[in-house]
Design a protein around this ligand. Structure first.
Ligand code: HEM
Length: 202
């Protein structure tokens, strides 16, 4: 019995999705704190800045969802991006979804791209809390907070499917390291953009 439990633990430690999570926990928590410190739901002006940040992030990752090599690794990937929803949210607030191309990230390495996708898809888990907060501003899945709404399958099943796809990848150690680097770069990019969007409390 003990042996089986140990085996279970080892399998968990070796799961690639768990490895990504553990390797980026501090980065995630830093982003979480910075976003909350910027009080994005306090008023519509702050929320507009938050949407601008989300737009730049989703615009940066959007090309990855269209890449054939990544679509092969993650079947169904093309249907996932939330970019069009963010654009509609911006328009709901009377803003133009225009971005200086220099503000966007560019990801060339396919294994680093896996880390960026992890960061982007995972952000939809925490979005459950953010979505609730948007209701204080009277936004919802039909207006202003479309991109934070749950996937039609529900947040958890959708995330479990993505995690299963991550765990099914047969990556070498160095490819896994590239993916972790990509995820950390994605969180760093988010933080840098947050400051540029005038959202930083510091
Ligand atoms: C105030 C903002 C945020 C809050 C409160 C928040 C909160 C959360 C929570 C509660 C989870 C679930 C953790 C768990 O199941 O252990 C989560 C997961 C995640 N979040 Fe966030 N989050 C925020 C912003 C973001 C942003 C901006 C990104 C990406 C740019 C992000 C990326 C992720 C990822 C990748 C995961 C999945 C972790 C995993 O299980 O592997 N989050 N977040």
């Amino acid at each position: 019995m003990e042996v089986v439990e140990n085996k279970k633990e080892v399998t968990e430690i070796l799961s690639f999705a768990k490895h990504l999570k553990l390797s980026t926990r501090t980065d995630h928590d830093g982003v979480d704190k910075m976003v909350m410190a910027s009080k994005p739901f306090e008023n519509e002006a702050n929320y507009a800045k938050f949407l601008t940040l989300q737009h730049i992030f989703h615009l940066s990752v959007a090309p990855l969802y269209q890449q054939a090599d990544l679509q092969d690794l993650f079947p169904g990937l093309a249907e996932l991006p939330r970019l069009s929803a963010v654009k509609l949210d911006l328009m709901d607030l009377g803003m133009k979804p225009e971005v200086d191309p220099a503000a966007l990230a560019k990801v060339d390495d396919v294994y680093e791209a896996i880390g960026w996708l992890y960061c982007s898809e995972g952000s939809n888990i925490g979005a459950a809390f953010l979505y609730k907060e948007t209701q204080k501003l009277n936004f919802d899945a039909n207006r202003g907070a479309r991109h934070l709404a749950a996937h039609e399958d529900g947040r958890a099943p959708h995330w479990r499917k993505f995690v299963a796809q991550l765990d099914a990848l047969k990556l070498t150690e160095s490819q896994q390291a590239s993916a972790v680097k990509g995820a950390i770069d994605a969180f760093d990019f988010y933080k840098k953009t947050l400051k540029m969007a005038g959202l930083s409390a510091s």
